[in-house]
Design a protein around this ligand. Structure first.
Ligand SMILES: Nc1c(NC[C@H](O)[C@H](O)[C@H](O)CO)[nH]c(=O)[nH]c1=O
Ligand SMILES: CC(=O)[C@@H](O)COP(=O)(O)O
Length: 152
């Protein structure tokens, strides 16, 4: 019987990929992810934080990380905030599709922690204020997925 995923990251290795666009949000998401990992028995030396220019660049780096065999899970965080053109739609669509595809293609859990918001306020709310920290949540999901996949 597959038990509910354990919430310990003992001995597991994680990559956190953050996009520098809206860095003031991404840095909070990375902090939340680090907090979750360290609180659940992951060693600091087993966490590699990688910065990319924007969310659109996350998938290519996530794919290389997943194929490297160096990580048990990959946590992708960033903030795509709608502007005045349709660029937002294309970035969000490609980032989400890309991340999902890598997970399925490689079998490595690649967590989608990229905020896609209508405005800055919504992003701030999800980066450690009244709506929690999506980076923390994604890291907890990563720990659960690593343990769960070991049991299947
Ligand atoms: N507007 C946002 C972007 N745009 C930049 C793209 O992600 C990409 O870096 C560029 O199109 C070059 O390939 N990125 C974000 O992460 N957040 C945004 O709000
Ligand atoms: C998500 C984006 O790419 C967006 O912030 C860019 O802003 P704009 O659509 O005003 O060029």
């Amino acid at each position: 019987m597959i038990t509910e995923g354990k919430l310990l990251g003992t001995g597991k290795r994680f990559a956190i990929i953050g996009s520098r666009f809206n860095e003031f949000i991404t840095s909070k998401l990375i902090g939340g992810a680090m907090d979750a990992l360290l609180r659940h028995d992951v060693k600091e030396e087993d966490i590699n934080t990688i910065w990319v220019p924007g969310a659109f660049e996350i998938p290519v780096v996530a794919k290389k990380a997943a194929l490297s065999g160096k990580y048990d899970a990959i946590i992708c965080v960033g903030a795509v905030i709608r502007g005045s053109t349709t660029h937002y739609d294309y970035v969000c669509s490609e980032v989400s599709k890309g991340i999902a595809h890598i997970s399925l293609e490689t079998g490595v859990p690649v967590m989608f922690g990229v905020l896609t918001t209508e405005n800055i306020e919504q992003a701030i709310e999800r980066a450690g204020t009244k709506a929690g920290n999506k980076g923390f949540d994604c890291a907890m999901g990563a720990i659960e997925m690593v343990n769960l996949l070991e049991q299947i």
